[in-house]
Design a protein around this ligand. Structure first.
Ligand SMILES: Cc1cc2nc3c(=O)[nH]c(=O)nc-3n(C[C@H](O)[C@H](O)[C@H](O)COP(=O)(O)OP(=O)(O)OC[C@H]3O[C@@H](n4cnc5c(N)ncnc54)[C@H](O)[C@@H]3O)c2cc1C
Length: 415
């Protein structure tokens, strides 16, 4: 049994590995380069809106079983809130049409047989035409597997896959899209209930994990960037930081849960995805109307998803490289105009913040997906975690937790 595990990186992947290991009785030291845990999934106080906001709106689904188990293990599953069944209201800004997709709460996608619950103006045959995606080869693009046009594509497939893959769906990996379809649409409404960390990402998914680790006597060190791995034969013998270093005991292990670039710098020769895509989020200080849906799908505009939080409206725009250099004020104005018509609200531009995460996710194309390494490395006490490792899923919280769980299991199986 490993005596001590060093986890490098306190994002969701690193935290989930650390919590799993600490709960299994391992000593854990987490080393985080920045002053805050959470990585790409974090909250912070924003002076422009005078609100605590998340770096990006994160949507989970009730079928994200590893993510939910992680939240349960840190005592915050109840902090992920959503409607009692999988209902998604949508609006088309181009036509003004509104509809609700009602996937129900069953284990089977029976809603596709019910004309009243299907996407308006679609037929059963449109859904059957998606079947080549279900077990598509990882070498194929979505556009090679299914037709990327038509009402069902515009109103459901495109919004779902754009959000999940963070690339324009036709260029996306059909293998990853297939995993999403299997775990969401095909798994019935029971797996598709939208869940949001209403009190904020850090309060629900990050800080409780850090507290749990502290309470167990484990350490989470901030501003403690790992600068080099000391490789001794076929194992990691030590870690070097800016001013200090640690030597590993013979049974000690390392879980490296950092993004691809620092991972490749720490482990030369490691194959990693090398292309990334941006996500833009905009937050507005505005009290949503009573009864406004917590999540609204928007098609036919810039905005893709509109989230209503207490005191705040927030939008998400995926695959947003085209927007990262656009003047922020101009973007805020354009987005606010769309919110006004999507949510039917009045008023001048309220206090706002635009957050542009340039490297939000790896590019979920077949080429980049093929560059994802597994958790095992040539070094017998070093394991990889991260949403960009080969989880079988796109870069998501669910994929991150799966990678953390897998790395923890490999540590536990070490001899
Ligand atoms: C704007 C945005 C919106 C998103 N929306 C969704 C969504 O709706 N649903 C969903 O499921 N997912 C979403 N995601 C994806 C999700 O946030 C990520 O998949 C997940 O947070 C990745 O976690 P991670 O731990 O693998 O990596 P990271 O969060 O990148 O964590 C890596 C950590 O390692 C640290 N680090 C780096 N180098 C070192 C070093 N040398 N030493 C020590 N520490 C180091 C970093 O500081 C960081 O804290 C979104 C992401 C973004 C950016």
């Amino acid at each position: 049994m490993a005596k001590l595990v060093h986890v490098i990186g306190a994002g969701i992947s690193g935290l989930s590995a650390a919590v799993r290991l600490a709960n299994a009785g391992y000593r854990v030291h987490v080393h985080e380069a920045t002053q805050q845990a959470g990585g790409r999934c974090r909250s912070y106080f924003d002076a422009a809106t005078n609100l605590t906001i998340d770096n990006g709106n994160h949507l989970l689904l009730s079928g994200n079983r590893h993510a939910l188990a992680y939240a349960r293990s840190i005592g915050t599953e109840a902090g992920l809130v959503g409607p009692s069944s999988a209902r998604f209201p949508f609006v088309d800004l181009g036509t003004g049409k509104r509809w609700q997709l009602d996937l129900g709460d069953g284990r089977l996608p029976l809603w596709v047989f019910d004309k009243k619950r299907r996407v308006p103006d679609t037929a059963l045959a449109d859904y059957l035409a998606l079947s080549p995606l279900i077990w598509a080869s990882p070498r194929k693009r979505v556009g090679d597997a299914i037709g990327c046009a038509g009402t069902l594509y515009d109103r459901l497939v495109q919004p779902l896959l754009l959000a999940a893959l963070n690339v324009d769906p036709p260029e996306g990996s059909a293998g990853l899209a297939g995993a999403i379809v299997r775990e969401t649409l095909l798994a019935g409404g029971q797996a598709c209930r939208p869940l949001i960390a209403r009190e904020g990402l850090s309060a629900v998914l990050v800080e409780p994990a850090v507290r749990l680790l502290h309470d167990k006597g484990e350490s989470v060190l901030f501003g403690h960037e790992v600068r080099a791995l000391d490789i001794a034969g076929n194992r990691v013998g030590g870690l070097k930081f800016g001013d200090d270093a640690v030597t590993l005991g013979p049974d000690d292990a390392v879980v490296m849960a950092v993004p691809p670039r620092p991972a490749a710098a720490l482990l030369p020769g490691l194959k990693t995805p090398s292309k990334f895509r941006a996500i833009v989020n905009a937050h507005f200080r505005f009290e949503p109307a009573e009864g406004q849906s917590p999540i609204l799908g928007v098609v036919g505009g810039l905005v893709e998803w509109l989230f209503a939080f207490p005191g705040r409206l927030s939008v998400t725009i995926s695959n947003a490289d085209r927007l990262v250099d656009r003047p922020r004020e101009e973007l805020a104005q354009a987005i606010w105009a769309e919110i006004r018509s999507a949510a039917g609200v009045e008023g001048e531009l309220p206090p706002w913040q635009v957050v542009r995460e340039r490297r939000a996710t790896f590019e979920a194309t077949p080429e980049q997906n093929a560059l994802r390494p597994g958790a095992v490395t040539p070094h017998k006490n070093l394991f990889l975690a991260g949403d960009w490792t080969d989880t079988g899923l796109p870069a998501t919280i669910e994929g991150s937790v799966r990678s953390g769980d897998r790395a923890a299991e490999l540590v536990m199986a070490m001899r």
